[in-house]
Design a protein around this ligand. Structure first.
Ligand code: ATP
Ligand code: IP8
Length: 266
């Protein structure tokens, strides 16, 4: 199927927040990423992760596991509020550089079933993109048909929207250069996977382990599963390091930057 020119960007919580310190945004990095994005004039959706604004509270109240007791309700509300605070920080930076960024809280448009998106109201998002806005979503608390409520990751939302809106590209912005053969923080000899086709990646899926700080949505292993989901449906998926100035700008210009490129035969 022919892809449209839409680019979906996923900002990892590991790059936009300090995952070792609760509620700490990496303001300078967000500022830099916003500046680089402002030079791109095509259709774009941004989705960000929770990092230290989302995962620690979600973990405290066991939100991902579903509804068990009424005390969790306020934890659910607190988790969503914290994600909105992080969302506001990102919107402020984007708007500062002239990007027409508008918030779309996933809680209001998603129903999940056992943690998997069952229904997402995408028409508002489509309308926004067609008018020239840049919708900004995030991993979020969701209402769930089977377990009452849960958490849906930004990675899942990014992969789902890539499929639903037929995006040409999905770019994951992380705190490392891309996907490695092993966790690069723990294993200095781990090698950057520069290019890989989706079928080979699928065979390796169980080898990926690890996460940064508290993470309720599965760390790198789940990320790889959502990468495969998007790549198998024909979206070109790339992972790059958001800490290195200019990499995002380069890739948005169509240049080949250091990173991991996932190819599919579709
Ligand atoms: P969030 O879920 O909060 O949005 P994120 O999308 O930035 O976070 P993480 O789940 O924190 O992503 O995953 C990135 C981290 O995964 C890196 O900091 C890295 O240390 C770790 N990691 C573990 N194994 C690998 C691997 N094989 N390749 C790359 N990174 C890995
Ligand atoms: O950081 C999780 O999204 P992710 C969001 O993309 C919450 O996994 C609320 C923990």
């Amino acid at each position: 199927m022919k892809k449209n020119e839409l680019i979906i960007l996923k900002f990892g919580g590991s790059v936009i927040t300090d995952k070792e310190n609760p509620f700490t945004a990496r303001i300078d990095v967000i500022d830099q990423l916003a500046r680089e994005i402002s030079e791109y004039k095509g259709k774009m959706i941004i989705i960000h992760g929770g990092g230290s604004f989302g995962h620690p509270i979600a973990h405290k109240y066991k939100i991902k596991e579903g509804y068990r007791e009424t005390q969790q309700l306020v934890g659910f509300a607190e988790t969503h509020l914290s994600m909105q605070k992080l969302n506001t920080i990102i919107l402020q930076k984007l708007i500062k550089y002239g990007v027409p960024a508008v918030p779309v809280p996933p809680l209001s448009i998603i129903f999940s079933e056992n943690g998997i998106i069952r229904e997402m109201k995408c028409d508002v998002i489509e309308k926004m993109i067609n008018m020239g806005f840049v919708p900004v979503l995030h991993g979020d608390t969701t209402l769930d048909e089977k377990i009452g409520f849960t958490i849906v990751s930004g990675d899942q939302i990014a992969a789902y929207l890539s499929m639903k809106l037929n995006a040409a590209r999905l770019i994951f912005v992380l705190d490392v250069d891309g996907l490695y053969t092993n966790d690069p923080r723990k294993f200095p000899k781990a090698k950057l996977i520069e290019e890989i086709d989706v079928q080979t990646l699928k065979k390796m899926v169980n080898t990926f382990k690890g996460k940064r700080g508290v993470d309720v949505t599965g760390g790198i292993a789940e990320k790889v599963r959502w990468i495969i989901y998007a790549a198998e449906r024909g979206t070109q998926v790339t992972l790059i390091n958001g800490n290195v100035v200019g990499r995002l700008k380069g890739i948005l210009r169509g240049e080949k930057a250091i990173g991991t490129y996932i190819y599919s035969k579709i």
